[in-house]
Design a binder for this molecule. Structure first.
Ligand SMILES: [Zn+2]
Length: 448
């Protein structure tokens, strides 16, 4: 069977790459990054009586060398195609599982192993997760490994990268198993209203995962430590206290283990909520840049973005389940017999559900991106007001331009950007600076 042969060769290729890749690369040597590290304020963005926000924005953008801009544009625009390819590859994989009868065969195997329904579901889901991971692996390894190296964004050799992939697979088997067994339990008991209760179960599940993530999931891949450098923590904690945030610690994550990207985030829920900076930001960001980024993260916290986001995504999940109910019913009527699926409570329906989920996410991409981008813009404005570091924000925007196109078109930004573009962020910062010239850049003594 050609498909089996193909699978076999993919597995062989993985083993081969595992064996030789670590020997080829030079560990410890970080790839050069494309964007310049900007420490000073360019002449066109210096505070002066004739300061102009538009001109200042252009002055910052002019600091980016042409080859760095070309590389950033190519990387980010390639991502647009990857959205399409991810969708196509997943759709083809799911249609193969259904049409070749593999999904039904995996269900039969699970039924032979045990007569206990929830355990049958769990075994099926594990088979499915492994099959889906293997079928989509060629794209994963290109997108996550080779392409990231090609653009100098990755720091891992193949062995450790593969190790992270395996950890991810195990986590999705555990978490996906729990969610899947619960969902099929709901579907079998409530044949009519399962989609509403299923949405409820999924929402509770997502909240629990967000809650445990900083404490139990993140440390599986990275080391998170309390930051212990008063030079960095004192201004950040001062900023936190001034904004009514009861933070006693700032956390650091060793993201450089996987990537050269700079970032920071707010994660967790309630008592596990925390602000974390990654070590790339700490290593490469200037003090004013770090404060600008931390002001942004505090904006997420103070503006309750985690809770607003939970509400928004809960609504999205309910719409998704209504779509699943309609899509599964219609498809099973037409092809259920051919796929040997015994009904909606049969776990062999999973590839169909995954296919419908992929269609939903693909179509919703602009909506989901626009929601996130709006929150990010709010956090930017909060961060500017809190940190009063417009030039630090501009520096950060340029650093982040290593993996995000700086100057997209309007529709392009609306569809593809989950954060405002670098140009937008610098412009926001320069408008803020124009309105706060006395605060942004203290004049030398003697000037009024
Ligand atoms: Zn943010």
């Amino acid at each position: 069977m050609p498909i089996r042969l193909w699978l076999f060769s993919v597995l062989l290729a993985i083993l081969w790459a595992c064996a030789i890749a670590p020997a080829q690369s030079t560990p410890g040597q970080l790839p050069s990054t494309a964007m310049p590290t900007i420490t000073g304020v360019p002449a066109g963005a210096q505070a002066s009586p004739n300061f102009n926000a538009d001109a200042a924005t252009e002055a910052y953008l002019a600091l980016i060398p042409a080859d760095a801009k070309a590389r950033s544009d190519a990387y980010f625009e390639g991502g647009y195609w990857l959205i399409l390819w991810e969708f196509v590859v997943l759709a083809v994989a799911m249609l193969l599982l259904l049409n070749l009868g593999w999904s039904a065969a995996m269900r039969n195997l699970a039924e032979r192993i045990t007569r206990f329904k929830p355990l049958q579901t769990l075994i099926y889901l594990w088979e499915f997760t492994v099959a889906a991971t293997v079928l989509t692996f060629p794209l994963t390894v290109y997108e996550d490994y080779f392409r990231e190296h090609q653009y100098g964004l990755a720091t891992q050799t193949f062995g450790p990268w593969m190790g992270d992939q395996l950890k991810g697979l195990l986590i999705s088997m555990v978490l996906g198993g729990i969610l899947g067994v619960a969902l099929f339990g709901v579907v079998r008991r409530l044949q009519r209203s399962w989609w509403l209760w299923g949405a409820g179960v999924s929402i509770v599940f997502v909240v629990l995962v967000v809650l445990i993530s900083p404490v139990y999931l993140v440390p599986i891949f990275n080391k998170v430590t309390r930051l212990d450098d008063p030079k960095v923590t004192q201004p950040v904690l001062r900023l936190a206290r001034a904004n009514g945030i009861p933070a006693r610690d700032v956390f650091e994550i060793d993201a450089s283990r996987q990537t050269t990207r700079m970032s920071a985030n707010v994660s967790g829920f309630g008592s596990t909520m925390r602000i974390t900076m990654n070590d790339n930001l700490l290593r490469r960001g200037s003090p004013e840049e770090i404060q600008a980024v931390m002001g942004h993260e505090m904006g997420h916290y103070v503006l309750h973005h985690v809770y607003n986001g939970t509400f928004f995504f809960s609504v999205v999940i309910v719409i998704l389940f209504a779509f699943l109910r309609w899509g599964i019913d219609a498809s099973l009527k037409r092809w259920g017999e051919k796929w040997k699926i015994h009904g909606i409570g049969d776990p062999a329906v999973t590839p169909l559900a995954a296919l419908l989920l992929a269609i939903f996410i693909f179509v919703m991409t602009p909506v989901l991106n626009s929601y996130t981008r709006t929150q990010e813009h709010e956090a930017d404005m909060y961060g500017l007001n809190a940190s009063r570091q417009p030039d630090g924000m501009a520096q950060a925007a340029i650093h982040l331009g290593e993996y995000r196109k700086m100057s997209p078109g309007t529709i392009e930004e609306w569809v593809f950007f989950d954060h405002p573009s670098g140009r937008h962020r610098i412009h926001d910062a320069m408008v803020w600076k124009a309105e706060n010239l006395n605060v942004a850049q203290p004049q030398s003594p003697g000037t009024p």
